[in-house]
Design a protein around this ligand. Structure first.
Ligand code: GLY
Length: 566
């Protein structure tokens, strides 16, 4: 019943390398910025106009999002900035992921009976890991930017002082996190209006955050991790029952990591390395799917195969992945085309594989808010950055006087590792809490280089569904479509456990639903669409740049034609 088609080999690898090298010979006819908030996109454009490169613009967008989209990311959080420097074709991932505090312990969220205490890793200062965003901003400016950090941070400082009007997404998330925000007087004073969800049109001003941003503009990372801001953060956390110390902040460093790379149908995939699971899971899924001629199959069969690839990649995610500074991850094996081919042997075209028939592991869900932006500058430099404070409004806690909304990224660890799951198997030890460790993430900023077609820059928020959304975007690109289609395409998801396909309204048609059910899949329609993809395509064949912001969100994608040479 299988339909093996083609395999990528070493010869193809060499041909691809030559083809990819030629991608760097030209510069784009335009630059572009796509982010989840118009004010953040405009901040990036302002910095490009001021002579900054994509990396300076990434600083501006990161900092602006920290101000105007507090539901998704911020100085109190972290993220992954995937960079491509055009002059030497250098790809690197800046890992600004949060770290567990030094006083963190493996069982810190369990009660006397060894049961997880609800909400302890989600609300309040004990949920917060040590943030990485400020260190990443400093590193981007020093190692890759062209402008002073103070220049790139200026738009965000201005926005924090002047304020921004709340939008529908903000109001929905504030409603969702109202009780948690009320627990932190400093958070409630900033993000609520008289302790209630703000009225439409309410303007959020953040003078404390402006001062913290100014400290970073003046002193770089030291303005955040040392001195008055650091003391304010630690005092606020500890007074409310948290465990941060000044040493935690002083020790924080970003890490430059080699991205995960691989190939799919002649395209080069560059994506996030551990502690993100994104790149590895993407490559596993693509290596499975490379064994089928997807376009030649009926759409329901195609979706069945995509789901089976998702199921297998997410099982491996739970078993093997964690912070690479703490656990050995068999990366080479997991992203090898032969491994994908081997996994594809277990897939039947006429039947769903029950997840319980695969060796099982505990699944940890990831917070679903987060944010993503994509940037291309006129020199061909690129940034794909996915940033997070985890749940909407993170831990919903602000240390007084700092203006910094803290993350609840500790919830991305497995709180109860080593415990047999419902199938009696032990899992998730690779993602157990340890002092100084980074929690496993699903954030998947990605580049796709397709010889003859161009370069794609994409990513999205969405918790554990991030990786499957990026997969569907890549498959759509492989079918010949552009960024408007990638961001709009209907989404479906499987993550091994629960053994259910979830899908957006309209993502599966009635015939597909009937066929998938007949194959033995369980399906669950989601009430709302999900994700907020921001994408750019530099189409080298047509010498054109296109950008798109997910129609499900309120973002803005802007293409700025390059100025003619004087
Ligand atoms: N907090 C979401 C993620 O890292 O995947």
């Amino acid at each position: 019943m299988r339909q093996p088609i083609h395999r990528h080999g070493a010869v193809l690898g060499i041909v691809l390398f030559l083809a990819f090298s030629s991608l760097h010979a030209q510069t784009p006819p335009a630059s572009a910025v796509a982010s989840a908030h118009p004010l953040a996109t405009r901040a990036g454009v302002e910095i490009l106009d001021a002579g900054g490169n994509a990396f300076d613009a990434a600083i501006a967008v990161t900092a602006a999002l920290a101000v105007v989209e507090p539901t998704g990311s911020g100085l109190g959080g972290g993220g992954f900035w995937l960079l491509h420097r055009s002059r030497d074709a250098h790809d690197v991932m800046i890992d600004g992921r949060e770290r567990a505090p030094l006083a963190a312990t493996r069982d810190m969220y369990l009660d006397d009976k060894g049961e997880v205490v609800p909400r302890l890793s989600v609300d309040g200062p004990l949920a917060a890991a040590i943030p990485g965003t400020a260190a990443a901003l400093d590193h981007l400016a020093n190692a890759y930017g062209r402008l002073p950090l103070a220049t790139s941070l200026a738009p965000a400082i201005r926005l924090a002082g002047e304020g921004f009007p709340v939008d529908e997404h903000y109001l929905r998330m504030a409603r969702f996190r109202l009780e948690a925000l009320r627990q932190s007087p400093a958070a409630a004073a900033i993000f609520l209006q008289d302790n209630e969800v703000p009225q439409t049109g309410h303007v959020i001003r953040q003078p404390d955050l402006a001062r913290t941003l100014e400290a970073i503009a003046t002193r770089g990372a030291a303005g955040f991790y040392q001195g008055p801001v650091a003391r304010r953060l630690v005092a606020g956390v500890r007074e409310a029952g948290g465990i941060w110390t000044l040493e935690d902040l002083q020790q924080y460093r970003v890490v430059e990591r080699e991205p995960i790379t691989g190939a799919y149908r002649g395209m080069k995939i560059v994506s996030a390395a551990p502690p993100s699971s994104g790149g590895i899971a993407l490559l596993t899924m693509l290596n499975i799917l490379a064994n089928y001629e997807l376009e030649a199959l009926p759409t329901a069969t195609r979706k069945h195969l995509i789901v089976e690839a998702m199921r297998r990649a997410y099982r491996d995610r739970a078993e093997y992945l964690g912070d690479p500074d703490f656990v050995d991850i068999p990366v080479t094996r997991l992203i090898h085309p032969y491994y994908g081919a081997g996994l594809s042997q277990s897939i039947r075209l006429d039947r769903a594989t029950p997840s319980r028939s695969l060796p099982g592991f505990t699944i940890v869900s990831a917070g679903a808010d987060t944010t993503h932006f994509s940037i291309l500058d006129s020199e061909g430099n690129r940034v794909a950055a996915t940033l997070s404070i985890n749940f909407p409004f993170g831990a919903a806690f602000v240390p007084p006087g700092s203006g910094v909304l803290l993350n609840d990224e500790m919830d991305d660890f497995s709180a109860k590792p080593g415990t047999p799951n419902v199938y009696g198997l032990v899992g998730a030890a690779s993602n157990a809490i340890a002092p100084g460790k980074r929690p496993l993430s699903s954030m998947s900023p990605t580049f796709v280089e397709a010889p003859g077609r161009g370069v794609a820059i994409l990513g999205t928020p969405g918790g554990s569904r991030i990786i499957t959304m990026v997969l569907l975007g890549i498959l759509d690109f492989a079918q010949g479509n552009g960024p408007r289609s990638w961001v709009a395409t209907g989404r479906f998801h499987h993550q091994y456990l629960p053994d259910t396909i979830t899908y957006e309204p309209g993502a599966l048609d009635p015939d597909e639903i009937a066929t998938l059910k007949r194959l033995g899949h369980r399906l669950k329609a989601r009430g709302r669409p999900y994700g907020n993809m921001q994408a750019i395509l530099w189409d080298q064949g047509k010498n054109r740049v296109a950008a798109a912001s997910d129609p499900r969100g309120n973002g803005l994608a802007t293409v700025i034609p390059a100025r003619p040479a004087q």
